[in-house]
Design a protein around this ligand. Structure first.
Ligand code: JF8
Length: 237
């Protein structure tokens, strides 16, 4: 498992990915900890109108993205990278649910390629083709049970979750360690407080100002359990 951290994003809306230049992701790119390149799918369309979609076989509403430009674009970024193995992430509401566990797996991939579909999605033979190739691993991923207009925002979600796991991206690695403990126990975070001690008649819980570290740890764990139970009651999962 190597750690080259090269990401390619293929989309018909490259501007949708501009958040990668901001904050945590922007700093990681600036520091050379990750190399992200965004490709305009339309540049790989060879037909006269540079179209990337067509009507669905079998009928139905909307348009389906044609396999030709996708094949050319994915081959091009794979050839340019030269890694022996590429992980192709196909965003789709029908994919495996994205999770912290999956983010921790993806950070170890040498070359991630994100295929952002639009319309009714991408001709399924693109997934089938790359699944059959020994130089590719294909993962169909969904970020949650709601319908987006395309894969771009889902890609941003995954990029942010993966990039902050790259060693050196977070200033304070303790926050990663603390958080992974709670994730292991499948607990959500405890509530946080900062100054002032009194704000709009609301006081910070006394125990947090006691200096009693054991009592603070116990209170935080208790709060995390209560919050976790509340969420589970809401979602029924
Ligand atoms: C799309 C392409 C998605 N959780 C999610 N909801 N919807 C999507 C999604 C992804 C790609 C396309 N429509 C056309 C919706 C993810 N990931």
């Amino acid at each position: 498992m190597s750690r080259n951290n090269r990401f390619d994003v293929i989309t018909i809306f490259p501007d949708y990915l501009t958040p990668i230049t901001i904050s945590l992701m922007g700093k990681a790119v600036q520091a050379g900890l990750v190399d992200i390149s965004v490709q305009d799918l339309r540049e790989y369309a060879t037909n006269i109108h540079r179209s990337v979609d067509d009507t669905p076989y079998g009928g139905g509403a909307g348009m389906v993205m044609s396999p030709q430009p996708w094949g050319e674009a994915i081959d091009a970024v794979a050839d340019r990278d030269g890694a022996p193995l590429h992980d192709l992430i196909v965003l789709t509401p029908a994919g495996e649910k994205f999770s912290q566990k999956l983010a921790e797996e993806l950070v170890n991939c040498e070359h991630l390629i994100f295929a952002c579909g639009r319309y009714e999605g991408i001709d399924h033979r693109v997934t089938e083709h790359y699944q059959s190739r020994s130089d590719f691993r294909v993962r169909e991923i969904s970020i949650g049970d709601y319908v987006l207009g395309g894969g771009e925002v889902a890609t941003l979600v995954i990029l942010e979750a993966v990039i902050r796991l790259i060693p050196g991206v977070l200033g304070n690695p303790d926050s990663l360690r603390e958080e992974s403990h709670s994730m292991d126990d499948s607990l959500v975070e405890y509530p946080n407080f900062t100054k002032p001690a009194l704000w709009r008649d609301l006081a910070v819980p006394e125990v947090l100002m006691s200096g009693n570290h054991a009592a603070i740890a116990k209170w935080r764990l208790d709060q995390a359990v209560k919050r976790t139970n509340r969420i589970q009651q809401q979602t029924g999962e």
